[in-house]
Design a protein around this ligand. Structure first.
Ligand SMILES: Cc1ncc(COP(=O)(O)O)c(C=O)c1O
Length: 184
């Protein structure tokens, strides 16, 4: 008889325990997060969406002649909202048939001199293969924003997600693994 593999869907957040309310580490959340993520500093925003708007506005200043943002066709609608808020053009990339990553061929068809950024997204407890996208982004001169809104705490080869692209965002909204109710 073959063993059945049981797959557990990702949780919609971790239950709060009494121990979580005890003081720990640095009182400054930004410094504690920076140390945990192993980066020099992080910028705290009121939401992940706001962090994405900030990232896009920054990139718009760096590359004002580029106006398109490529995102997975299945993602959080707030991502589309952020792109629209910046007056940028959303380009939806089909997913690979076997995972939630953007499909390589579909991505190649979308990337051009108009592409400002592509947004690999760590969705539903699964880590996107960002390394696979980096040469494609580099070849067309686009930036990579890692959408790790759902993935604070996830690690790749011992390092946090979010460190492979040019910019990363995390969400601290309710329902995320680590929450301040709203935040990013
Ligand atoms: C993939 C993804 N990107 C961005 C966001 C936006 O984050 P926030 O709700 O903190 O604005 C979310 C929120 O659920 C998300 O799931």
């Amino acid at each position: 008889m073959t063993a059945r593999r049981i797959s557990v869907p990702p949780t919609a957040g971790l239950a709060l325990r009494c121990a979580d309310l005890r003081p720990w580490g640095d009182k400054r959340l930004d410094r504690a997060l920076a140390a945990w993520l192993e980066v020099d500093e992080v910028l705290l925003e009121c939401s992940g969406t706001s962090a994405l708007v900030l990232a896009l506005r920054t990139l718009q200043q760096w590359a004002p002649d580029r106006c398109e943002v490529v995102v997975p066709a299945y993602t959080c609608p707030l991502v589309a909202l952020a792109v629209a808020q910046c007056g940028l053009q959303l380009r939806l990339c089909d997913l690979s048939p076997d995972c939630l990553d953007m499909d390589g061929d579909a991505l190649d068809a979308l990337l051009s001199h108009r592409t400002l950024a592509l947004v690999p997204t760590h969705l539903g407890g699964r880590v996107a293969d960002v390394a696979r996208l980096l040469p494609r982004a580099q070849a067309c001169g686009a930036y990579v924003i890692e959408d790790a809104a759902q993935a604070l705490g996830a690690r790749v080869h011992g390092r946090s997600v979010g460190l492979q692209g040019d910019i990363a965002l995390f969400s601290l909204a309710v329902g995320k693994g680590l929450s301040t109710y709203e935040g990013g």
